[in-house]
Design a protein around this ligand. Structure first.
Ligand SMILES: Cc1ncc(COP(=O)(O)O)c(C=O)c1O
Length: 433
């Protein structure tokens, strides 16, 4: 729907959608593209996309299944659902079966469908991934933002969750927990997961555990909270991040069997909207989730590169009084530039949005402001996606080295050079204020 001649939105636009803008991550990518078309060098730290290619065995499986043309069952290809259940059994000790799994065109769509069919407030920590809250707004669900603190690595604490849930204890709620986290790169300890599970059980909340970065835990030690709260946790995952296949659009939800009614309700809405997830992609996803040597090796080295690069960048920023949680999984950092507030004010910069705009214009480094993740506008946090490098080249080079040998600064400069340059540009920009 286009704007009318006055530039106003048409009066018929749904009230819940009015005022919503294109998803923040996509918008910054458009600005970056524009700068590139003007011949400027842009460092794309805005869009959170895996830099690595899809593993060869998975690409091959897709090629071999290109002929699959039939609509598949709404809930997903039975063989894939069984493979996901088996994966969850092995990886997380979950007692799930194929019937507990639903496949969708991206976990984002599944999170939306869940909010559509379940009447409950959305409870999310701030900062949180950019799309949970707009989805709730589109559907007309209230959102409770749970405050978090830098000293806790911006993680949800059981105490804060308890406070929110104690007020009006009978109220239906969906709590979304995301770890390894977007935007912070931090993850929970086992003790923290146990405590959050205890509070979730006490209040009988539906816990959506968004573990889309689980396999990208840098030390390969991700633990699902569904171990500790199996009866109330929906485990959300997919192909997008660990398998480098965001554009393939495949997400998975695994339910406890007692929540089959919710899965069925989602399938009903799916049947009237997207019908089913792309058939060839579902066949290829079987290969991805079955795992095997090539995929294990791929994960070993992609994690190693992400871990080394994340730690290197974090240390480089910390040297200049920029504070941030140490990266433990995925490919994000969430630095706080508060130390430079006075100097920024002299440049007429008061908010994270203004700061990101000026940095993009003056250095070419594109990042997302903390405001987009639910932080107060004047807090000087940003999200950096440290993915602007040739993942294929870096992966081949890392695989040629011994797995036990740590990646050196020289390696990072050679294969992730653009990322290192972008961080130098950021450091220099702040030091020159
Ligand atoms: C935390 C988080 N959850 C969910 C998604 C959605 O992933 P997809 O819809 O590609 O499965 C993303 C993607 O950026 C994400 O960062």
């Amino acid at each position: 729907m286009s704007k009318n001649n006055n530039g106003n939105l048409p009066a018929s636009l749904n009230l819940n959608v009015r005022g919503l803008k294109t998803s923040a991550t996509l918008a910054i990518n458009e600005v970056s593209r524009q700068l590139v078309s003007e011949g400027k060098e842009v460092y794309r730290l805005g869009l959170g996309q895996s830099p690595f290619p899809v593993p060869r065995v998975v690409v091959k499986a897709l090629q071999e299944n290109a002929f699959q043309k039939d609509y598949l069952p709404v809930k997903g290809l039975p063989e894939l659902r069984a493979t996901i259940a088996e994966f969850n059994r092995k990886a997380h000790g979950l007692n799930s079966t194929a019937e507990d799994v639903i496949i969708g065109p991206g976990s984002k769509e599944l999170i939306f469908l869940l909010q559509m069919v379940y009447y409950g407030d959305l409870v999310i920590p701030t900062p949180s991934w950019v799309s949970y809250s707009p989805q709730a707004q589109i559907i007309g669900r209230p959102v409770s933002w749970v405050p978090t603190y830098e000293k806790d690595k911006w993680m949800l604490t059981p105490e804060k969750l308890d406070i929110i849930c104690r007020a009006d204890p009978e109220r239906p709620r969906v709590v979304i927990l995301n770890y390894p986290n977007n935007p912070t790169g931090a993850t929970y300890t086992l003790a923290q997961l146990r405590e959050i599970a205890r509070v979730a059980r006490k209040h009988k909340v539906i816990l959506v555990s968004d573990e889309i970065y689980g396999l990208l835990h840098h030390r390969g030690q991700h633990v699902s909270i569904s171990r500790f709260y199996p009866e109330g946790t929906i485990l959300s995952s997919g192909l997008s991040k660990w398998c480098g296949a965001g554009g393939w659009r495949l997400g998975t939800f695994t339910f406890p069997s007692s929540m089959r009614w919710l899965l069925n309700a989602m399938a009903t809405v799916a049947s009237e909207t997207y019908t089913a997830t792309s058939a060839p992609i579902q066949y290829a996803a079987i290969t991805a989730f079955q795992g095997g040597k090539e995929i294990e090796n791929y994960l070993l080295f992609t994690r190693k590169i992400l871990g080394s690069l994340g730690r290197f960048i974090a240390q480089s920023l910390q040297k200049n009084n920029i504070t941030l949680p140490y990266p433990e999984g995925g490919f994000y950092l969430f630095p706080n530039f508060g130390y430079y507030r006075e100097k920024l004010i002299r440049k007429d910069i008061y908010t994270s949005v203004e700061m990101c705009d000026v940095i993009l214009k003056e250095t070419g480094v594109a990042m997302l402001p903390g405001r987009d993740f639910g932080r107060q506008p004047e807090e000087l946090t940003v999200r950096m996606a440290y993915v602007d490098f040739d993942g294929n080249k870096a992966l081949q080079a890392a695989m040629a080295l011994s797995p036990d040998k740590p990646l050196t600064e020289r390696f990072l400069n050679k294969y992730c050079g653009k990322m290192i340059r972008s961080v130098n540009l950021i450091n220099d920009w702040f030091l020159s204020l």
